[in-house]
Design a protein around this ligand. Sequence first.
Ligand code: PLP
Length: 458
Amino acid sequence: LSNRPTPELAASELEALDRRHVLHPHQRSQRSERRVIVRGQGSTVWDANGRKLLDALGGGIWVAQVGHGRAELAEAAAEQAGQLAQFTGFFEYGNDKSIRLAERLAALAPANINRTYFTCGGSEGVDTAIKLARLFHHRRGEPDRNWIIARHFGYHGATYGSGTATGIPDMQVAVGPNLPNVEKVMPPYPYHMEMYGGQNPTDFLINELSQTIERLGARNIAAMIGEPVLGGGGVIPPPDDYWPRVRKLLREHGILLIADEVITAFGRTGTWFDSEPRGMSPDIITVAKGITSGYAPLGAVMVDDEIVETVTGGEHSFFHGYTYSGHPLACAVALANLDLLEKEGLLERSLAIGARFRTGLAPAAEIPVVGDIRVVGATVGIELVVNRETREGVSMDLALAVADDLYETHNVITRNYGPTLVLSPPLVFTDQETDRTSAAIVEVLRRVDLAAGRIAPR
Ligand code: PLP
């Protein structure tokens, strides 16, 4: 046991071991420093040096809805580990916690969605949703319907299926053939009207989608996938008429709609599921992250009744399984997490956090580097630009430097997605923590020296 790394090791030792032994998700080139987080309570986390930090990212991004260190969730996990940590949902087996969670999700979901397939996270969920959509059409006697329409700037995960649907080319470069038959269309991005050649963005996008359907042939298209609000693309809400018009067009052509709610569900935007108020009326909803507030890895694919009946009806089997699908411990934690979200009114709290950020960040609107401030419930995107006229984004290095400065000078954890600084604090973020984050951001952005492409010292 003696050489097992534990949090008791010095920070420098942990960092050295990390460099030697860990290949990180979305690892950039080897940065010399890595911040090792070892403990959390509420919206505060501590690194291995004992440094206290305000987590405005929510446990690594859009995850920790109920905050860190919640005894209720630790107890739910411990109790379930003692009772039954794992029993597969394969074959003729099931377990009580996944059944209760599926029942609970059905009660929260739109009326047509009553069945859930559990995964370990969002990427697996998106892959499952793509398979279900293709299988649905196959079973109905339209096997050629296998194209998937996704969107540029969308983020759907890192597996081959979800990674191909992701609209960030870096995900697909140099890793061999990606998933075939995935087509991308433009998303709504109201701050960048130049993308739409002076047209109303929704008109432009509906026209582009119609042409895409015509080009591929409607009878070859299984589904379209989209986030209600683009998350990793930079927290970009669509115009109100976008999803209703997309939905109508898809329905006319028998194309399914998959709402990827891995970020937006469970209160992040102030509702259980964001796709309903946005008029998506999806056939499949994928969720993860906030379903357990990150206390256990869990995702869920919530599926329309007709799709389930068609895919598994008669003698048909759905030959697609993960060992940990419906993991009892993860499902027990999710049930306790949903209790907390409900009991503590965290969906409403999400909207209050957003309103407070709007006020607190208002002074940032005057700072030259700030192009656009977008607040959707308790998530915020601040798009940083080198020029407010052209709306050209700052370099990745400068955006990263802003997040680094917030960490170094204010002990506030944020991060950039491209040129956009993103916040997604726990939904237990207090007014004082919200104001502190806003003030820190305004202070750092005021020090951005655009001419020099750097941040002036404090
Ligand atoms: N879908 C969306 C909208 C996401 O934001 C993410 C992750 O950030 C995923 C899917 C992938 O989820 P996971 O990282 O749990 O595989």
